[in-house]
Write a protein that binds this ligand. Structure first.
Ligand SMILES: Cc1cc2nc3c(=O)[nH]c(=O)nc-3n(C[C@H](O)[C@H](O)[C@H](O)COP(=O)(O)O)c2cc1C
Length: 324
C-alpha cells in the first residue's frame, strides 16, 4: 500500500513525465511518480497513444496513473483497467484548467460541481482496491475548497494534493501567498495532504512545509532540467551540479526519448528538455538555435551537445584566474 506521508512526489506533467523523466527523477530522490493525465474514455477504448502514456517498467513502483473525465461510470471502468495494469494508486485530476479539458466538464471544471466530484470519487473508491487520490486546486475562482473538503474525504480517498492556486489563477500570482489555505485544509483532514506550487529550490521546499504543515510535497516545474532538486531536498543542503553530470543526464534523457519514440520524433520531443537542461549556461540560446536548425540525427545532435559543453568547460578553465 503506497504511503503518502513524508514523501517527495514528481507531479504529473502532460507531455513531460514519461518513463524516461520519471526514472531520472526517481534516481535523484523522487519517492513517488505519476504518469501524465489520461482521459478515462481513451483508457476504456484502449487508444494506442493513451496506452503508450501509461507504460511503465517494473523498477518504477510506487507509480500512479492520473485520470481526467466527468462520467462516474467511466471512472469506474477505467480504474479497473488501471488496476489490472499494475499501478499502485489512481489519482483523479480536478485541477487542470486547460481549455480543452474544462470545456468537456473535466479537470478543474469539477471544482464547479462538488457534488459530481464527490460522486466520481465515491464511484472510483468502490470500484478499485487501489488507493485513490485527488489532485486539485484551492477552488475554481476563489479559494473555497475547504467548504467541500470533509465530503471529499468521506468518499474514501487516500490522500489529497493541493496546488496552492485557484483554477482561474492558472499559473499567475505567487502560490506562497496561498499556502495558509493548505494549512487550513490540512488541519481539517485526517488523510495525508500533499502541498504543491512553486517549489523550485530547497528553500522553497522548507517554506511550503513550514507554512502548510503538509505531510508531503509534490514538485512539477522545479524538476524541469533540474532533477537534482530531489537530491538537494533529500540531502537537506545545496548541491552544485557539475557540467559533466548535467551533460550525462541530458544525453541519457535524449537517448531514452529516441529509443521510445524513434529518432525523428524523439529528437523533436528532446528540444524542450534541451532548453531546460541548458538554461542559464553561456550562449545557450545561440547554441540551441543552431542545434535545432542544423542537426537531424541523434549522433549529430549528441556530438553538437558534447562540443558545446566542452567549449564551456574550456572557457571556464581559461577564464579562471591563475593561482598565486
Ligand atoms: C506543462 C505542464 C503540464 C501539466 N500537466 C499536468 C497533468 O497532466 N496533470 C496534473 O494534475 N497537473 C498537471 N500540471 C500541473 C502540475 O502538476 C502542478 O500542479 C503545477 O505545475 C504546480 O506545481 P509547480 O509549481 O511545482 O510547477 C501540469 C503543469 C505544466 C506546467
Amino acid at each position: 500500500m503506497t504511503n503518502f506521508s513524508n514523501k517527495l512526489l514528481l507531479a504529473p506533467l502532460s507531455g513531460i513525465t514519461d518513463a524516461i523523466f520519471r526514472r531520472i527523477a526517481r534516481r535523484f530522490g523522487a519517492d513517488i511518480t505519476l504518469c501524465e493525465m489520461v482521459n478515462c474514455e481513451a483508457v476504456i477504448r484502449g487508444v494506442k497513444k493513451t496506452d503508450k502514456l501509461l507504460a511503465f517498467s517494473p523498477d518504477e513502483h510506487p507509480i500512479g496513473a492520473q485520470l481526467f473525465g466527468k462520467n462516474p461510470a467511466s471512472f469506474r471502468t477505467a480504474a479497473k483497467i488501471l488496476e489490472e495494469a499494475g499501478f499502485d494508486f489512481i489519482d483523479i485530476n480536478a485541477g487542470c484548467p486547460a481549455r480543452k479539458v474544462i470545456s468537456g466538464g473535466a479537470g478543474a471544471a469539477l471544482l464547479r460541481s462538488p457534488k459530481l466530484l464527490v460522486e466520481i470519487l465515491s464511484e472510483i473508491c468502490s470500484a478499485t482496491n487501489l488507493p485513490v487520490t485527488l489532485k486539485t486546486r484551492l477552488g475554481w475562482d476563489k479559494p473555497d475548497l475547504l467548504e467541500s473538503i470533509e465530503l471529499l474525504e468521506k468518499t474514501g480517498i487516500a490522500a489529497l494534493t493541493v496546488h496552492a492556486r485557484t483554477a482561474k489563477q492558472g499559473f499567475s500570482g505567487e502560490a506562497r501567498k496561498n499556502y495558509h489555505y493548505i494549512r487550513q485544509i490540512k488541519s481539517t483532514l485526517n488523510i495525508p495532504v500533499i502541498a504543491n506550487g512553486d517549489v523550485f529550490s530547497l528553500e522553497d521546499y522548507n517554506l511550503i512545509l513550514a507554512e502548510t504543515g503538509a505531510d508531503s510535497v509534490m514538485i512539477a516545474r522545479g524538476a524541469l532540467g533540474n532533477p537534482w532538486i530531489f537530491k538537494e531536498i533529500k540531502q537537506g543542503k545545496k548541491i552544485s551540479t557539475s557540467l559533466q553530470e548535467r551533460l550525462s543526464v541530458l544525453l541519457e534523457h535524449i537517448n531514452g526519448l529516441v529509443n521510445l519514440h524513434g529518432e525523428r520524433r524523439g529528437l523533436l520531443i528532446s528540444r524542450k528538455f534541451i532548453i531546460w537542461y541548458t538554461k542559464g549556461l553561456p550562449s545557450a540560446k545561440q547554441f540551441r538555435t543552431k542545434l535545432f536548425e542544423e542537426t537531424k540525427t541523434l549522433s549529430d545532435a549528441k556530438k553538437a551537445i558534447i562540443d558545446y559543453f566542452n567549449t564551456i568547460r574550456e572557457n571556464e578553465r581559461t577564464e579562471r584566474p591563475a593561482a598565486c
